[in-house]
Design a protein around this ligand. Structure first.
Ligand SMILES: C[S@@+](CC[C@H](N)C(=O)[O-])C[C@H]1O[C@@H](n2cnc3c(N)ncnc32)[C@H](O)[C@@H]1O
Length: 335
């Protein structure tokens, strides 16, 4: 079940889509989880695991009442291989009629964060959930493929996981996962000993509060020092909880914006680079997010958010050479 190793060329935008190395994983039955994806070798963070087009998308649906018939028509027009792969996918709603719709409901991912079109995938749709996942996935509109990247070191024999739902304390996450996906989460951070569970839950709750405060436009404009303190506190939580998913990239972007708004080119450039590194790890260097942000690593002042005030004016030359220790930390967070 491993993907092939060739390089495919997208004719319309000229982008070369690197394909995952062969033999990275196998699809296997896992007790109490149905099928799942198991690493067949040690995998390093940033490794492309999967890049694949959808088997079928909801774009074929013309109206709600005709959903099942529309899917049946589209499936019939597909190759035998696609039909087999689609029909073998997990169905969470067995016996509830509309089997094709139910397969979509059980396995679908949106084709882009704000897209109302969903797709099901031969490999990605086999990946089970963990609240502390070791992989990250997303739709790449430039490649017209769904990609999955390793975001942590994964050992041979370890299950490859994605997060179906993020945030909040364990009880809340479990409730959502049960309701939407029909399983009881037994991931590493939902089965901690009680005192560690409480500490982890408290961090998740605080993370949500800080995230909301960081997004407050008025504070960003008039009290950016406070926003940076919140960003620093949130970064500490992400480190303690070992979050490696897109929340980290978003936080880097938030710090970039705060610094850039107040003309701090040095720190803005640093955080633009951190954002690019995080996006490269979760979506590759051919992801839209990485490509769009890359120019601002060298020229943050070209970004729309630059220079609302010149209160923190700085130059790229001011980034310290030594990037660890107390002096660096104080510089980084403007303390
Ligand atoms: C997209 S499918 C994942 C692949 C699926 N296990 C299969 O057999 O093809 C989603 C379903 O897998 C199962 N699942 C996913 N993560 C799980 C987990 N951590 N524990 C138990 N079941 C899980 C649930 O039934 C869920 O609705």
């Amino acid at each position: 079940m491993a993907p092939s190793a060739d390089i495919s060329q997208k004719e319309d935008n000229g982008l070369s889509a690197p394909k995952p190395a062969p033999g990275l994983f196998t699809i296997e039955s896992i007790p109490d989880k149905g099928k799942g994806v198991i690493a067949a070798q040690d995998i390093t963070p940033g490794t492309l695991l999967i890049s694949e087009p959808p088997l079928l998308t909801t774009a074929v649906i013309t109206s709600i009442p005709t959903t099942e018939a529309d899917l049946a028509r589209a499936l019939k027009a597909s190759s035998k291989g696609i039909q087999r792969a689609f029909l073998s996918l997990h169905n969470n709603y067995v016996g509830q009629g509309t089997p094709l719709t139910n397969i979509i409901r059980s396995n679908g991912y949106p084709l882009g964060a704000s897209s109302d079109v969903g797709g099901v995938f031969e490999l990605t749709s086999r990946i089970n959930h963990s609240c502390q996942p070791n992989a990250y996935h997303g739709w790449n509109p430039l490649l017209e493929e769904h990609t999955v990247y390793a975001i942590r070191q994964i050992s041979a024999g370890e299950e490859i996981t994605l997060a179906y739902h993020y945030g909040g304390p364990s009880e809340y996450r479990k409730e959502i996962l049960k309701e939407r996906f029909g399983f009881d989460c037994t991931c590493s951070i939902c089965t901690l000993p009680p005192s560690e569970q409480k500490a982890s839950d408290d961090r998740h709750v605080l993370a949500q509060t800080l995230d909301a405060q960081i997004g407050d436009a008025k504070t960003v404009r008039f009290n950016p020092t406070k926003v940076l303190q919140h960003c620093k506190a949130l970064m500490r939580i992400y480190e303690e909880e070992d979050f490696k998913d897109d929340r980290l990239a978003r936080l880097c972007y938030d710090v970039f914006q705060v610094c850039n708004m107040h003309s701090d080119r040095a720190r803005a450039a640093y955080w633009a680079k951190k954002y690019c590194d995080a996006k490269k790890r979760t979506g590759g260097k051919d992801s839209v997010a990485f490509l769009e942000m890359k120019p601002f690593v060298k020229k943050p002042e070209r970004h729309d958010c630059f220079g609302v005030t010149s209160d923190w004016k700085s130059d790229l030359k001011e980034i310290p050479k030594e990037r660890s220790g107390e002096v660096w930390e104080k510089w980084l967070w403007r303390e």
